[in-house]
Design a protein. Sequence first.
Length: 123
Amino acid sequence: MKTNTDRRIKLLDGKIDRLVAQRAKLIRGEVIPSLVRQMRDGGITPREIAQAWKIPASAPSGRSSTLAGALKTAKPARPAKYRKPETGDTWSGMGKRPAWLRDAEERGHSRDEFLIPTEETPQ
């Protein structure tokens, strides 16, 4: 049986997860456009970046030694399967369940309520 403290800790963990994701989204929203602008201003191509970017030697064996090689073997992103109506946040149904869906399910909502109709699923 869960104690009140366990519930509070779980709620706080969920809030922390959401804030960390929000922070990362804000940083990427500023950093990536800035990097792209700098690359364009300097005439630098993504291919040049991939060639210059070396994956650390600590990477597990069997992995490519360059970012370009890693990008070639990357799996394509899965289409979104679930959407949070209030924010538009999505989840493919693979990997760790996002905090917004976990919290909604804990409040008694069904995962099916957040399904994206098949005709809306981006390709």
